[in-house]
Design a protein around this ligand. Sequence first.
Ligand SMILES: *Cc1c(COP(=O)(O)O)cnc(C)c1O
Length: 504
Amino acid sequence: MVISTTAISQADESVNCTFASRYVKTSMPKFKMAEKSIPKDAAYQIISDELMLDGNPRLNLASFVTTWMEPECDELMMASVNKNYVDMDEYPVTTELQNRCVNMIAHLFNAPVGEDETAVGVGTVGSSEAIMLAGLAFKRKWQNKRKAEGKPVDKPNIVTGANVQVCWEKFARYFEVELKEVKLREGYYVMDPVKAVEMVDENTICVAAILGSTLTGEFEDVKTLNDLLTAKNKETGYDTPIHVDAASGGFIAPFLYPELEWDFRLPLVKSINVSGHKYGLVYAGVGWVVWRSKEDLPEELIFHINYLGADQPTFTLNFSKGSSQIIAQYYQFIRLGFEGYKNIMANCMENAQMLSKGLEKMGCFEILSKDVGVPLVAFALKDSSKHTVFEIAESLRRFGWIIPAYTMPPDAQEVAVLRVVIREDFSRSLAERLLSDFKKVMKEIEALPSRVSNKVAHVTATVDEIKGVDGAVHKKKSVKETQEGVARYWRRLVDDKKKTSGVC
Ligand SMILES: *Cc1c(COP(=O)(O)O)cnc(C)c1O
């Protein structure tokens, strides 16, 4: 018997156990709310069916964001999904847990906090919100100083490397600050501290260094930056500070490289952000920003909410949000402790090195990531005149692996790389599996006719046609020119794609 969906009424719900076959007959409206309700199990089934077509988060090697937590923590998170974090007076314990997390992170980053002092910082939705807040604090401090000196405040800028994550561009555009980017070059994919300090002027509100470049995982040299900037400040009378974007490296460096000086041990570092949902080991939705001291966070940015008599200072961009992520962060801190984090990060690093060595041994790849840094492997094809990293990424999809391929920012845009991020849940056996799938894919690809040659022929042809009109003689392209042409072609393709998706 065929029942049309419109014939199903609320009363049918109890006999409606074979709902799926009924509801899949007509598609659900996508853009307008349906007139009628549907049974809860039907809604559940329809949505979970559609979600099957999403990638598997555990095989998503594109992202730094945590995809696995212990079941005990999942339980704690589910138990607190109905708690609005902002109701601090109603949920004072949750507020207390966030404050403990801020203090633990501040100590981890060597903030000069006295024994009975509390650290200055806040939990956010991620590093992006954390960076907006840190940027606002720098902008306001700079404005206050300039105004007191009777100088103009209309042209603030931030100096960064061209390898910054998109949230810095967002900050710059939303809050009207110019982003002065130090260009990269082939073979050097982080901000050069010498060039950065050269770019600093009286309007620079801060220099932003990255601990763990999103592109290659490499740590920028914050110590050298601090030394050079100290000298420049002395010479010019500026007091340009440093912010460290430790979104991914903030939970790596303290455990694996405790001697490395990148944090509040360096006097010019005034604030640091870190993503709780990356190597902080919590699911998406938590970040942190910590200031060196109270003086580095202008009082006028803090709102004092008076709930039922208690003063609750807040400095965030949003109001209501869930509590689960904060509680989960606290769980990880007490559950793992320093020892636990250290073991996990060491493990990730070992897996990254194993994968990196395996890929290098294949002979066709050049490894761009460094031994010291965030546990990821970034690598390029030694010869991309026949096949490209974009084809490799596409082919690996067939095995379920999600691995991003992208071109580097200026002036290294001719270099196209693949990047595999190693997270806690990426086990050794998965790493071995990935390596063997890489070998299969490379074998297949090498046996295929070059897809590049057609495309390059096309790229070249266009150039030649123009030349033809000018009457110029056809010149054979060098290998380097060909590779550049290929990179440009793919870059256009990727840029078009990027309009609808992104790499985080
Ligand atoms: C991921 C990342 C960000 C953005 O962080 P979210 O937590 O995703 O908002 C900013 N900077 C760097 C270096 C990153 O790796």
